[in-house]
Design a protein around this ligand. Structure first.
Ligand SMILES: [Zn+2]
Length: 148
């Protein structure tokens, strides 16, 4: 799993992944519906070793790939630099020199870019732990009904 998120967020994503996909027998290349016992077995070969298929996307074993697909396609990518700037500017007053005035985020970013980037990452990590963000391939996302 390459998604970085809380267990709750991952669970919601897995449920969504199951909703949008169907069991699929690759050998017979058919979608498999539940039988009268509610089990998923291929009606042709009897196999229960089934992939999951997403319309127009493909088929593969497991749900991890579907979860990643959902994050990429349904997630709203968040600019975590901008997120941290907002935090700094809410937390601290503007910095003044006579009648010159600078926002705290602009000052930190210009004076100590390394500290700024560390703050960006720490802030994003805490948002991930609070279930507000999902991280995938170094990008952060919010998702309707998935993140808090
Ligand atoms: Zn089959």
């Amino acid at each position: 799993m390459t998604i970085n998120a809380t267990d709750t967020v991952l669970e919601r994503l897995r449920e969504r992944a199951e909703e949008v996909s169907h069991p699929f027998c690759y050998s017979d290349y058919i979608r498999v519906e539940a039988n009268e016992n509610g089990d998923y077995r291929c009606p042709k070969c009897g196999s229960d070793d089934l992939m999951r298929e997403v319309d127009g996307v493909g088929c593969e074993y497991g749900t991890d790939w579907i979860m990643e697909h959902l994050v990429r396609t349904e997630g709203e990518e968040i600019d975590i630099d901008e997120l941290y700037r907002e935090v700094l500017d809410e937390l601290y007053p503007p910095i003044q020199f006579g009648n010159l005035e600078y926002s705290p985020s602009a000052v930190l970013e210009a004076v100590d870019p390394v500290a700024f980037q560390m703050g960006v990452q720490e802030n994003a990590d805490s948002e991930i732990q609070d279930a507000w963000l999902i991280e995938l391939d170094g990008k952060c996302y919010r998702m309707n009904e998935i993140t808090d």
